[in-house]
Design a protein around this ligand. Sequence first.
Ligand code: ATP
Length: 325
Amino acid sequence: MTDRIAVIPGDGVGQEVVPAAVDVLEAVGNLEFVEVDAGDAVRERTGTALPAETRTAVLGADATLLGAVGETAADVVIPLRNAIDSFVNVRPARAVAGTDVLCPDLDLVILRENTEGVYAGHETRLSDDLSTLTRVSSTSAATRLAEFACEYARTHDVETLHVVHKANVMRETDGRFRDAVLAVAKENDVPTEEVLMDAFATHVCLTPETFELAVMPNLAGDVLSDLAAGLVGGLGVLPSANLGPGGGLFEPVHGSAPDIAGKGVANPAATILSAAMLLENLGYAEAATDVRVAVTGVLASGPHTPDMGGSASTRAVTDAILQEL
Ligand code: ATP
């Protein structure tokens, strides 16, 4: 049976990098694509950033490939993650051999809690002077994430699972997160080390080789994976997968990049590597490896887009990746 992929290019560079990734998917797999809209542009046209048709397409698909959403990201990405009950955002940050990056030794997978924390949407304007935010932290969400992390550690021969938090300050919420993750790891005999999230930011730069797999709350995962992106070549190369019982939503870590949108120079690697994660998740391990090898080959040898010091276009880099394939 052919797998059906919902495709949402979205805003800004999403319109450039998603067609590139679809070309790659078409080259390696027998997939059916359903293109739908979401984001700022569709809100301007229709008044809603996430049309019902898009939600239905995502729910009916075997997997979704999303480009980027601008100002309306919270109105699109969070509801879509919730729709598939995505409890984990997998963000691998791997330096590609032969590329000139800050941390050539970094090969880290960040597992970000995907449903709660400060992104749960509980903000209140109490007065002209004062706003508050309620942070959500449940044992059930941390446990589900930790079970995924332990399974990942087992299947990927990870020596140590780093548990990143700030429980020395946020004793109740991060304390709950830490306790739940450590309890699951202990049950599963997975060795762990705790790191405070601010210390993690320093250590990942100074001793990148000590980190393989790190599990952390939502905001920390968002921020620290952007840091990791900077260490391995920038946002143009970092893919991600939102996984849950309702399916997978695959998207680059980067946003809509309005500063370069429309110029045809966005790096397609992050989205194409997200497509490789999609293939792997659907069971096409060999095709996923082929895509990764092709992308890393081109990242090492060029052509390169301007974010990686080159002058090639999105199209030229995509064509080189297709050629490698
Ligand atoms: P968001 O809040 O959605 O993450 P943002 O505007 O803060 O959005 P990005 O859109 O990810 O962040 O852009 C941050 C920087 O990274 C910009 O300078 C942008 O040009 C650059 N960037 C993002 N994606 C790419 C890409 N695919 N190729 C090259 N540069 C990129």
